[in-house]
Design a protein around this ligand. Sequence first.
Ligand SMILES: Nc1ncnc2c1ncn2[C@@H]1O[C@H](COP(=O)(O)OP(=O)(O)OP(=O)(O)O)[C@@H](O)[C@H]1O
Ligand SMILES: [Mg+2]
Length: 283
Amino acid sequence: MIRCRGVEKSFSGKKVLSGIDMDIPEGKIFGLLGPSGAGKTTLIRIITGQLGYDAGSVNIFDREARELTRDDNKKIGIMMDDFGVYERFSCRDNLKVFADIYGTPYGKIDETLELVGLGDAAKKSASDLSKGMRARLQLARVFMHSPEILFLDEPTSGLDPRSQKAIHRIILDKKKEGRTIFLTTHNMEEAHALCDTVALLNEGHIVDTGAPDELCRKYDHKKTISIHLRSGESIELACGAESAERIGELMKSGSVETIHSSEPNLETVFLELTGKKLEEDDK
Ligand SMILES: Nc1ncnc2c1ncn2[C@@H]1O[C@H](COP(=O)(O)OP(=O)(O)OP(=O)(O)O)[C@@H](O)[C@H]1O
Ligand SMILES: [Mg+2]
């Protein structure tokens, strides 16, 4: 569905993307993870044909991104910053603007508002929405015209856990319908929960890519098993045959409260690969 090879991009002589290779298959959720300034939004703008690039190739729907047609653009939905929200318009009128642009039947407007849980807020001005409602309005706008690919640039940034969950549910529903989803995030839990594949972007380079679980196993250098006993004591054992007997004894004695393998999470993997955290501490 999307294929990038050796993509390079500089702004005023400063390189922001370098040697980007990516393949995004149809019907999957692909996550681009990276800290602020890594180049995530720039890459979305390039793939969606909003921004040119200096070298390499970018293909979407088997067409060069710079040459997307009006019909191709109808197959794409983009959620990015406050792009496309008319503050003084109601939720319904916001969607009406896009229904007119894309030739979507008006019947879809209320149906889509219901789908994102904004049925009761249809008449509310966009300026009066909470952050979570606003994000849902943006999502509604992105998929109302039934695009094949959704580009979601940090769709849950700054939202409370409940609103995040609501957005995750909508994203997973769109995947079930067979849509392809490209999302960016700083949030590794979100990436783990949603994405089939993630690419870790740091300073314009993809440092590794794969299924979240696969990446976590690949960088599991510690390979230990942590056991927490009912007595409150914690034990760490090597993850190998040498520990089998001890673990067996503990299990048989009924003293084990929890037992975990040492797999790192995506945050730890990113830290190991780049020396950097995905999320700022103050976030
Ligand atoms: N139009 C532009 N002109 C000059 N520099 C730019 C422009 N757009 C982006 N940059 C620079 O390119 C780099 C990557 O920016 P980008 O917005 O793609 O990062 P990001 O990964 O989306 O970050 P964030 O998580 O904060 O959204 C940054 O150093 C940024 O300052
Ligand atoms: Mg960005």
